[in-house]
Design a protein. Structure first.
Length: 175
């Protein structure tokens, strides 16, 4: 890879060649815990007279999960002409919408980490590519930040009931 000029690579190339390997090296299961290019909104509905349009949808480059349906980290990627933190504001916005505690931005040289679980100490710091946190580390930090003991963790991590229809569970609020 030494002959490869990162500055000429697309954002997708940066993901494939640098970010995904760093996440995998940290012990994340790419099949069970990592989703890429995750769309989570269809875009705001905009009405102008009789015209109805949709605004831009939102898509996270990576969402990392403790278990299915329990997102714990989000990673926003940029090409290598950007700095490590150029995707941070976008990622923080997504993390707030999705209530995800750990936020990362990368342009392929490392990561800028933002920890939404802390309030008093430094919440952002740089990490090199080989220092991405392992899954259990993030889960324990998340639980500590939320004050979740073993009893709470058992309830939160309980698998959803899946019936044989194949339909995804939906929430029906009281109206």
């Amino acid at each position: 890879m030494s002959s490869l000029n990162k500055k000429t690579l697309s954002e997708r190339d940066i993901c494939t060649k640098f970010i995904t390997p760093a996440i995998k090296q940290a012990g994340w299961d790419l099949d069970a815990q990592v989703r890429e290019e995750v769309s989570f909104t269809k875009g705001r509905i905009i009405i102008r007279g009789r015209l109805v349009n949709r605004g831009k949808f939102k898509r996270a480059d990576y969402i990392l999960y403790h278990k299915p349906h329990i997102p714990i980290a989000i990673v926003e990627a940029k090409d290598n002409n950007c700095s490590l933190g150029d995707g941070m504001q976008q990622a923080l916005s997504y993390a707030e919408t999705l209530d995800i505690p750990f936020v990362y931005s990368s342009s392929g040289d490392g990561f800028l980490k933002h920890d939404r679980t802390v309030k008093k100490r430094r919440v952002e710091r740089d990490l090199d590519l080989n220092s991405f946190p392992w899954p259990e580390n993030l889960w324990q930090r998340h639980c500590a930040g939320k004050g979740l003991d073993q009893r709470h963790q058992k309830i939160i991590t309980q698998d959803y009931y899946i019936d044989s229809s194949g339909k995804a569970p939906r929430y029906f609020g009281q109206g």
